[in-house]
Ligand binder design. Structure first.
Ligand code: COA
Length: 175
């Protein structure tokens, strides 16, 4: 556990630190792509309404998460969580959980989608079976990683819909 962990909205001065987090957090096979995604989401946030939060400890950015809006016919407010990364030396200290919880609170009342490991995201209420109503825009390499967290009171569409993401995520190599 980190004593002085703070989750806050990312600021312009955090841009390079966000890139650094993802370059270090992800494997070499995908880290450049994920870091670029994080920056593209950050740079376009004024147009898209995407959110970015960082985890800071001892004056250093050690984690980052982004939530960006997704749309579909007859779908209420919805976001996708991506990417999430924590510096390897701080793994297992609750940083990822704190970032995800912070983001979920900030978009409370909205549907949240994620493409990731169910063993990690299940703890937040994400379920693969709840994601069948919102089909991803591209064919997935790991279909079981596609999960949704429906808020109480938000109706599911009458039939499955295909979501549209912000331009930064609208790239088949990311799926
Ligand atoms: C996944 C990641 C964000 C988790 O952050 P973290 O700060 O290490 O996680 P936390 O300390 O908040 O949570 C730790 C818990 O998550 C579990 N966990 C961590 N990574 C996991 C994974 N890939 N799959 C399943 N469980 C995982 C730990 O076992 C631990 O479980 P416990 O609470 O039952 O003991 C971090 O490991 C990371 O940056 N990984 C590389 C990038 C990545 O895979 N991002 C997610 C893409 S979907």
């Amino acid at each position: 556990m980190i004593i002085d962990l703070q989750i806050r909205a990312a600021a312009a001065a955090d841009r390079e630190a966000i890139r650094h987090v993802h370059l270090r957090a992800f494997a070499d096979s995908e880290n450049q792509r994920v870091a670029q995604l994080a920056l593209d989401l950050w740079d376009s946030q004024n147009q898209t309404g995407a959110h970015a939060w960082v985890a800071e400890a001892h004056g250093q950015v050690i984690g980052h998460v982004a939530f960006s809006p997704v749309t579909a016919p007859s779908l209420g407010p919805a976001h996708i969580l991506a990417p999430l990364g924590v510096l390897p030396e701080h793994h297992g200290q609750g940083v990822g959980v704190a970032l995800v919880r912070h983001g979920l609170n900030a978009v409370e009342g909205a549907l949240v989608l994620v493409y990731g490991d169910p063993a990690y995201y299940g703890r937040f209420g994400f379920r693969a079976e709840d994601a069948v109503w919102c089909m991803p825009p591209y064919e997935l390499e790991h279909p079981m990683g596609w999960q949704a967290r429906w808020p109480i009171g938000l109706a599911q569409p009458a039939a499955p819909v295909t979501i549209r993401c912000v331009p930064a995520l609208d790239d088949s190599v990311l799926w």
